[in-house]
Design a protein around this ligand. Sequence first.
Ligand SMILES: *[C@@H]1O[C@H](CO)[C@@H](O)[C@H](O)[C@H]1NC(C)=O
Ligand SMILES: *[C@@H]1O[C@H](CO)[C@@H](O)[C@H](O)[C@H]1NC(C)=O
Ligand SMILES: *[C@@H]1O[C@H](CO)[C@@H](O)[C@H](O)[C@H]1NC(C)=O
Ligand SMILES: *[C@@H]1O[C@H](CO)[C@@H](O)[C@H](O)[C@H]1NC(C)=O
Length: 428
Amino acid sequence: MPDDPTLEHDGRGRELERCLCLLLRLLLLRSCLWLDVASKSAPVPSFMSIFKKAARSSRFDFSRSMVLLSEMDIREHSDVGTLMRAERSNGLPSFQEAPAFRNGVECPMTRSTISEPYAICDAASVHIAMTLDAAYLRGSIAAVYSVVKHATCPENIVFHFLLCERDKELKDLVTLTFPYLRFKVYYFVENLVKNRISLSVRQDLEQPLNYARNYLADILELCIHKVIYLDSDLVVVDDIAKLWEAKLGNSSLGAPEYCHANFTKYFTDAFWSNMTFANAFDGRKPCYFNTGVMVMDLLKWRQHNFTSKIESWMDVQKVTRIYELGSLPPFLLVFAGSVKAIEHRWNQHGLGGDNVLGSCRPLHPGPASLLHWSGKGKPWMRLDSGCPCPLDSLWAPYDLSIKGKHHKVDGNEASELHSHFRHWASSA
Ligand SMILES: *[C@@H]1O[C@H](CO)[C@@H](O)[C@H](O)[C@H]1NC(C)=O
Ligand SMILES: *[C@@H]1O[C@H](CO)[C@@H](O)[C@H](O)[C@H]1NC(C)=O
Ligand SMILES: *[C@@H]1O[C@H](CO)[C@@H](O)[C@H](O)[C@H]1NC(C)=O
Ligand SMILES: *[C@@H]1O[C@H](CO)[C@@H](O)[C@H](O)[C@H]1NC(C)=O
């Protein structure tokens, strides 16, 4: 989820539009409260009681209730931490069941399609690793759905989900949502990294689970020699087998590279001014790459002990602040300049905007096989707020959450919502 500073602030106009949209909603809400509450000079009632009062009043109208509903969503989703708490206390979001996806006739047979449905170590399998947590759950579910939906051989895909043990109910949720999915769950021990994490510019980048990708070679079964790591804030719109087949040559890691990005700014002056550190890139021409989409050769990774190399850079960071972002810079330190460059279409990144504002951004020129909302803004939160960025509409079709359905409010759904609301208001 690290940000993509290769993009400039070219979405400012759109951002202004989004701000105006939010402001307009807030103004509508205020006038609504003023009508229903201020005129009755109520003593600062709670939000819910205002809502119920508005609903019972003779001046109640449906469009206003929609504004109120959306405003509640804005509050609920104003940051990842709040979202996490809300989901934990109210239970997880519910998802509709994804349809079954079947292999085309041209697909190679795997042991699992023949006799052993739970066989993981199979030469014909495509392995994908992702993390699962409450905060990004809607994103993860959409990502999985997008992968199987566009795959020619979806039954040959095996997902490897890393999650914290306290979130183990997510396993059942995945089973319910994807009854036909081949997957395996691994519990990530947060203490493995907890005391290696340093403060980042964005709090959600400090989550221990964000570092799980460093440990894939150790966590996944030894029979797995290669894996595609995918972030939870993306959708794949092409056959993932094409990425799987990318040749890594001598490299241990494949990812799209961005050599025009100013590499200097990923590290602090303290890093560049100390030759002990700066010499880390000797003999390499380092380029930025995004760690949200990577093809990893786990055999080579294990051989070269890359996990402990990454860890030693994280230990340096604890003593001398050599970078500002979370999990990305140690990857750059170990791999930049020796990654196998993969076509840019496999990571159209930065759609979440920058790390501070999360402003709207356009696609990079060229074809897209994978759309990545890296950066602060996440499409599910912006869609819920009622003021999404234009490209968030490309994510919406993969949203399987029941809640997400109200983004596509049509006549039927609107009247259904309306009658639910009536019922609720009258029983209040
Ligand atoms: C791969 O590494 C070997 C041995 O280090 C070297 O001879 C060969 O040229 C390398 N191949 C590529 C494509 O870099
Ligand atoms: C790259 O960034 C550094 C630090 O932000 C700056 O000093 C340097 O001039 C930049 N280089 C280029 C070529 O823009
Ligand atoms: C550079 O970093 C190393 C390792 O932390 C340290 O031992 C050394 O004193 C530093 N050198 C300077 C000039 O700060
Ligand atoms: C990898 O590094 C760790 C920690 O430095 C060390 O204990 C282990 O023996 C190393 N393994 C190999 C295969 O080099």
